[in-house]
Write a protein that binds this ligand. Structure first.
Ligand SMILES: NC(=O)c1ccc[n+]([C@@H]2O[C@H](COP(=O)([O-])OP(=O)(O)OC[C@H]3O[C@@H](n4cnc5c(N)ncnc54)[C@H](OP(=O)(O)O)[C@@H]3O)[C@@H](O)[C@H]2O)c1
Length: 308
């Protein structure tokens, strides 16, 4: 009897977890033949699953990665899983503004189209500095993508209608931006929250700036995902997170659903500048919808990356 109770308890626990992790799948299969998608951080996690989904729909997929060994392996895997040969990688280190500029020069020289830009690469909560002296989270997650998108904006406009999808996180709500200290680098979790809030403002301001020019912009919270982000932490933390992730986080393929939805679906296109969770528009805290702050961050970012 005792054995039976244990089995029943284990089964109930399993199904409760499964129920908690239920998510929508984006099942529409619009073809993307003739279109080009660029995905930062496409060698792992959500970026890689997004690359597979877009390549499967016929898009030419370019993954922009900092480590060419990992990129080569990822390209092989993406080709295999998507049954597409139209996948390649290019070198990009978002922690180095020179690398971002060089990447854009090479990309604009070799690629005639850019229809979908997925800003997926990201650093989790770590206290480190980029080559240009910015805090690692703010520098990679926001400034690197800010410069990249701006340098490619002309090509996106030429290929209109085109889309930019930027990965953010629902924990943006735990911090606000301090314009006296945008380069804040004290508590790792807070640096990450701020960079993800910056992603939301960036996405909104991009939508405003490109209004009527055929480029639309979306911010996505992919859910909490069993990806490779724990590799930046100690062995003990990784072990702990393996258990927690197995219990509560969703697989990368599920995390990529909302990204693909925003990149492809006609429904998402109606919500330019929107924030999306679980394949549908979601609401933001009022402070994260402040157009004045979004504009101010855009202008500050232009100065920081010397774009103005
Ligand atoms: N996982 C989650 O639960 C979760 C939740 C909310 C939001 N997000 C967001 O989702 C996005 C994707 O994360 P993920 O979960 O898929 O994590 P991931 O598996 O760790 O992927 C992150 C990617 O970013 C790349 N990257 C990091 N620094 C870079 C740099 N300086 N230059 C170029 N590429 C760089 C990594 O390349 P390397 O392989 O070379 O390190 C990797 O390909 C991130 O923006 C993250 O903030 C994730």
């Amino acid at each position: 009897m005792y054995f039976l109770y244990t089995i029943l308890a284990a089964l109930s626990f399993y199904y409760v977890l499964k129920w908690m992790k239920r998510r929508r799948y984006f099942t529409e299969l619009q073809r993307l033949d003739g279109k080009t998608a660029l995905i930062t951080g496409g060698n792992s996690g959500i970026g890689k699953e997004t690359a597979i989904a877009l390549a499967r729909r016929g898009a030419r997929v370019i993954i922009a990665c900092r480590d060419s060994d990992k990129a080569v392996k990822a390209v092989r895997d993406i080709k295999l899983k998507s049954h597409s040969l139209n996948v390649l990688h290019m070198e990009l280190d978002l922690a180095n503004l020179r690398s971002v500029k060089d990447f854009c020069t090479r990309f604009l020289h070799s690629e005639k189209r850019l229809d979908i830009l997925i800003n997926s690469a990201g650093m989790p909560s770590v206290l480190d500095w980029t080559d240009n002296g910015f805090s690692m989270c703010f520098g990679v997650n926001h400034l690197g993508h800010f410069l990249l998108t701006n340098l490619l904006l002309h090509r996106l406009k030429e290929c209109a209608p085109s889309r930019v999808v930027t990965l953010t996180c629902s924990i943006y709500k735990y911090q606000k931006l301090n314009f006296q200290d945008l380069n804040y680098n004290l508590l790792p979790f807070f640096t990450y929250c701020r960079s993800k809030l910056a992603n939301i403002y960036f996405s909104q301001e991009l939508a405003r700036i490109t209004e009527g020019k055929g480029v639309t912009s979306y911010a996505v919270h992919p859910g909490f995902v069993q990806s490779g982000w724990t590799c930046h932490y100690s062995f003990l933390f990784r072990m702990l997170m393996t258990v927690i992730m197995w219990m509560f986080f969703v697989p990368c393929e599920v995390g990529a659903q909302t990204v693909v939805y925003c990149a492809v679906s006609d429904e998402a296109a109606k919500h330019n500048g929107g924030y999306f969770v679980d394949c549908r528009p979601a609401s933001l805290r009022p402070f994260a919808r402040d157009a004045g702050v979004a504009k101010k961050l855009w202008e500050a970012s232009e100065r920081m990356v010397k774009l103005a």
